[in-house]
Design a protein around this ligand. Structure first.
Ligand SMILES: Cc1cc2nc3c(=O)[nH]c(=O)nc-3n(C[C@H](O)[C@H](O)[C@H](O)COP(=O)(O)OP(=O)(O)OC[C@H]3O[C@@H](n4cnc5c(N)ncnc54)[C@H](O)[C@@H]3O)c2cc1C
Length: 396
C-alpha cells in the first residue's frame, strides 16, 4: 500500500537541482529490500520479537543481498551503492522488523568509522568480511557512567611498547556477541583523552554479559562488554592517539543515517496499519474511516511520514559526500531526532485508531509502540542532539 507513487528525490542529482524521482539503481535496491522484508522477514517478525533473536537464515539472506555493506566501496567488500540506497533499504527492513535492521545499522556504523578514519591496511583487514556478513562490526562508547559525555569515560588504554593494554566496561553494545571488529573508545595513558581503537572481538580478555532484556528493537541483542588486560597493537588506533572525539561525533553521525531510516520505516508501518484498521473495523455496519476524527489521524500520519521521508532521504544523499564533518554531524543529529521523535508521536496516533486492540500483542502497532520509544535514546539522546544542532546554528 504505497502512500504516494513510489517516488523520492533524485538523491544523486546536483545539489542545486531539486528532482523528486528515484533513479533505476535506487528503485532496484528499494525493491530488493522490500521483497525480502515482505517474503522472508514479515512471516517471522512476531517470532523475532517474542524470542528476541533473529534466525541465522535471515542474517544470511540479508548478507547475500549485500545489505551489510551497501554504502561502502567494492574494493572493501561493499556494494558501493551509496548511503542514498542504504536509506531506502533500511526503511523497508525497519518497516517490517527493527531488530535485524538495527544489527545492520550498527555494523555500518562501525564500518563507517573505519572507512572514514582507517588506514588502508585497517580497511582491507576489517571491512570485507563485515561487508559480507561474515563479521559484524560494533561501536563501543557507552559505559555504566555515561553514554553522552566523552570526558567521563573510564576505560583506559595504557601504552606498553608497541601495544596498549585496555581495561574497562562498555555498556549496551550492539553486535558484541558476533565476531568482528569493535571500534572502542578508551582514555589513553599519554594524552588522557579518548582514543578510538579497533579491537578484535573475542580476543583474550574480552568477555560479554548475558543480553539485556530491552523493551523494543527485539532481535538485535545488546550486551555489556568487559575488557580485562586486552592487548591491542598501536597500529589498531583509529585516527590519532587522543583523537577519539571526531571519530565519535563524525562516525556516529553515519550511524544516525541507519537509525533515522529504521524509524522512518516504523512511521510508514504506523500509517499502513492505521489505514488498514480504519477501513476494516466497522461501527454500525460502516468502517470507522467514516469518522472525521479517524480521518484527521490518518492525515496526521501521512504528513508525518512525508516530512520524515524527505528529511531522511536527504540525509542519505548528504552522507554520500559529507566533507564538512561538523555540518554533517548537525544534519544527522537534526534528522535523527526529528524522525525518531515523530515515530514516537505517530505510533501513539496509530494506537488511538486501533482503540484497545492497539494494546494487544496480536496487533503490529503494539510492537511498533515498543520500538518507537527506543530511537530518541540511542546513538545520542534527543536533548544532546538538539544541543549539537544549536551549537552549530548559534556559532556559525
Ligand atoms: C538498543 C540500544 C542499542 C545501543 N547500542 C549501543 C552501541 O552499540 N554502542 C554504544 O556505545 N552505546 C549503545 N547504546 C547506548 C546508548 O547510545 C546510550 O544509552 C545513549 O547514548 C544515552 O546514554 P545514557 O543512557 O548513558 O544517558 P546519559 O548520558 O546518562 O543521559 C541521561 C539523561 O541526562 C541528559 N544529559 C546527559 N548529559 C547532559 C548534559 N551535558 N546536558 C544536559 N543533559 C544531559 C540526557 O539528555 C538524558 O536525558 C545503545 C542503547 C540501546 C537502548
Amino acid at each position: 500500500m504505497p502512500l504516494l507513487p513510489p517516488a523520492s528525490c533524485n538523491l544523486k542529482g546536483d545539489i542545486n537541482t531539486m528532482e523528486f524521482s528515484l533513479n533505476k539503481e535506487q528503485l532496484l535496491i528499494q525493491k530488493i529490500a522490500q521483497e525480502f522484508a515482505e517474503k522472508y522477514l514479515e512471516p517471522l517478525a512476531d517470532t523475532i520479537d517474542r524470542e528476541n533473536k533473529t534466525p541465522e537464515e535471515i542474517m544470511k539472506g540479508l548478507a547475500e543481498l549485500d545489505l551489510f555493506g551497501l554504502p561502502f566501496k567494492e574494493e572493501y567488500g561493499g556494494a558501493e551503492a551509496g548511503y542514498d540506497c542504504y536509506v531506502l533499504a533500511m526503511e523497508q527492513l525497519g518497516k517490517v522488523s527493527s531488530g535485524p535492521a538495527i544489527a545492520i545499522s550498527v555494523n555500518c556504523l562501525g564500518l563507517g568509522a573505519i572507512d572514514k578514519f582507517g588506514t588502508e591496511e585497517q580497511k582491507m583487514k576489517y571491512m570485507p568480511k563485515a561487508c559480507k556478513g561474515e563479521y559484524m562490526a560494533s561501536f563501543a562508547f557507552t559505559e555504566p557512567v555515561t553514554g553522552s559525555d566523552p570526558k567521563q569515560i573510564t576505560s583506559t588504554a595504557v601504552k606498553k611498547g608497541n601495544h596498549y593494554i585496555i581495561n574497562g566496561t562498555k555498556r549496551f553494545i550492539t553486535n558484541a556477541n558476533y565476531p568482528g571488529p569493535m571500534v572502542l573508545f578508551a582514555a589513553d595513558s599519554e594524552s588522557g583523552k579518548p582514543t578510538a581503537f579497533i579491537v578484535d572481538k573475542f580476543c583474550e580478555g574480552y568477555s560479554v554479559s548475558k543480553p539485556w532484556e530491552k523493551i523494543g528493537y527485539h532481535g538485535g541483542e545488546l550486551l555489556d562488554v568487559y575488557f580485562k588486560d586486552v592487548q591491542v597493537p598501536s597500529e589498531n588506533i583509529l585516527g590519532k592517539a587522543g583523537g577519539g572525539f571526531p571519530v565519535l561525533t563524525y562516525g556516529i553521525a553515519f550511524g544516525k543515517v541507519g537509525i533515522s531510516s529504521i524509524a522512518l520505516g516504523g512511521i510508514l508501518a504506523c500509517y499502513e496499519e492505521a489505514v488498514k484498521y480504519a477501513k476494516e473495523k466497522t461501527h454500525r455496519g460502516e468502517p470507522i474511516a467514516k469518522f472525521q476524527a479517524i480521518q484527521l489521524r490518518i492525515a496526521d500520519l501521512a504528513m508525518k511520514y512525508e516530512s520524515c521521508r524527505w528529511l531522511t532521504y536527504r540525509l542519505g544523499y548528504l552522507a554520500n559526500d559529507a566533507k564538512n564533518q561538523a555540518v554533517f554531524a548537525k544534519e544527522a543529529a537534526l534528522t535523527k531526532t526529528f524522525v525518531c521523535e515523530t515515530f514516537a508521536d505517530a505510533v501513539r496516533i496509530a494506537v488511538d485508531v486501533h482503540g484497545s486492540y492497539g494494546l494487544m500483542a496480536d496487533y503490529k502497532v503494539s510492537r511498533l509502540y515498543r520500538d518507537a520509544i527506543m530511537g530518541p535514546q540511542v546513538e545520542g539522546v534527543a536533548d544532546m542532539q538538539k544541543m549539537i544542532v544549536a551549537g552549530i546554528v548559534l556559532n556559525s
